[in-house]
Design a binder for this molecule. Structure first.
Ligand SMILES: Nc1ncnc2c1ncn2[C@@H]1O[C@H](COP(=O)(O)OP(=O)(O)O)[C@@H](O)[C@H]1O
Ligand SMILES: N[C@@H](CCC(=O)OP(=O)(O)O)C(=O)O
Length: 373
């Protein structure tokens, strides 16, 4: 099967910690140069490339002369702040030799969850691409506390893919691709060459993080492929050590594992809703309401709600779950958690007498709702 990269115009390339640093010994400058050279060649072919690069923490640890990776979050954040300098310095000087500017973009989960910041990030990235600048993205580790950290850059790569509506996400790692089991532990495992990005079988194949510096292992890559597929983007997981890997993919050669998106892309606003990673609360539905959302594309009315979990304000994104706790949808709520508790299970005509006012008859309007597959 031909690589989907051949016809891709906008590409996100993610390079993992396990590749950018040689098992924690600082940056592998030769490897960085090889990828940058290929990205420059792709740019010359008219493709737009965004680079999501890990390595700040590992480079910081090396620069600070620490013998091993610290566990304390403040020390990891300090290492990231030191190491990010090295990372962008390296990319900046390499891209300059190819006549390209690079731009540092540090993002947190909250930047992407807040609608205004999300739109600002999208517009900045689009502008950079129009200017033929290569955005170099990493998580803003210095400010991201444990609860809100994305942690692995596979997830960040997928969120960026959806943000800029890229055609594909290339995840470069230290293995030739996704194997039927962790190849470090199962020598008989075989490479999965082509699969559907949403295939639940894939998640069973992923073992833990294999390298000492990487975060998330193969599971976060598979979940990233599933997430990217929601905007119609295909994902390739392959080895960053493969010679001229990006150029060969762009020439149509099949390398590594190609996880294809088969679903129709969600509209941009629904995409943003689906990409929220941390939700403060949820609404539990009865079976009839689940059917109304799933099969009939209806708005969520308070009458179908059996319970409310957590605390949230009007206008926040909440999880919509069935009575087994499975997430059916998510959406922007018209009422806060305390208001929703008072109107749950009641007809919309009772909202005014319960609350003393009525803003909308729906708890979540269908325009603000995304049903999850
Ligand atoms: N099914 C699998 N196929 C390939 N690699 C797997 C699988 N399950 C777990 N792994 C492990 O995932 C590791 C890559 O993940 P990680 O170390 O987080 O890399 P990166 O830094 O590139 O994100 C591999 O080195 C491998 O040991
Ligand atoms: N933001 C962190 C990278 C996190 C990380 O290790 O992610 P990954 O490359 O997916 O294993 C850093 O730059 O060190």
């Amino acid at each position: 099967m031909q690589s989907v990269v051949k016809h891709a115009r906008r590409i996100v390339v993610k390079v993992g910690s396990s590749l950018v640093t040689a098992e924690g010994r600082g940056l592998d400058h030769a490897a960085l140069s090889r990828w940058a050279e290929q990205i420059a060649a792709l740019s010359a072919q008219g493709k737009e490339v965004v680079l999501v690069s890990s390595g700040a923490i590992a480079e910081g640890i090396a620069r600070l002369g620490w013998k091993k990776r610290p566990k304390a979050v403040n020390e990891l954040q300090a290492a990231a702040a030191v190491g990010q300098m090295g990372l962008v310095q390296a990319y900046e000087s390499i891209f300059r030799t190819h006549g390209l500017h690079a731009a540092q973009v540090l993002l947190t989960h909250e930047d992407l969850a807040d609608r205004t910041r999300y739109l600002n990030a999208r517009s900045t990235l689009r502008t950079l691409l129009e200017l033929r600048v290569v955005p170099i993205i990493n998580e803003n580790d210095t400010v991201a506390t444990d609860e809100i950290r994305l942690g692995d850059n596979d997830t960040l790569g997928a969120l960026v893919t959806n943000l800029i509506e890229a055609d594909c996400l290339i995840i470069l790692t230290d293995q030739p691709g996704l194997y039927t089991a962790d190849p470090r532990k199962n020598p008989d495992a075989t490479l999965v060459m082509d699969a559907h990005a949403g295939d639940p079988e894939l998640e069973r194949m992923a073992g833990g993080a294999g390298s000492s510096v990487g975060t998330g292992g193969m599971l976060t890559k598979i979940l990233a492929a599933k997430r990217a597929a929601r905007s119609g983007a295909h994902t390739i997981i392959c080895s960053g050590r493969e010679e001229r890997v990006l150029l060969r993919l762009a020439a149509g050669e099949s390398i590594g594992s190609q996880l294809v998106a088969r679903q129709a892309p969600l509209a941009a606003r629904r995409q943003w809703l689906a990409d929220h990673l941390q939700l403060r609360g949820g609404v539990v539905l009865d079976a009839g309401a689940v059917r109304a959302l799933r099969e009939d594309g209806k708005s969520l009315l308070p009458v179908g709600v059996k319970g409310i979990t957590g605390e949230f304000e009007r206008g926040e994104v909440v999880a919509v779950v069935d009575d087994a706790g499975r997430e059916v949808a998510r959406g922007l709520t018209n009422y806060s958690a305390s208001e929703a508790r008072r109107i749950a299970g009641k007809p919309s005509s009772a909202i005014e007498s319960e609350l003393g006012y009525m803003d909308e008859p729906e708890l979540i309007h269908r325009d603000n709702l995304v049903v999850l597959g």
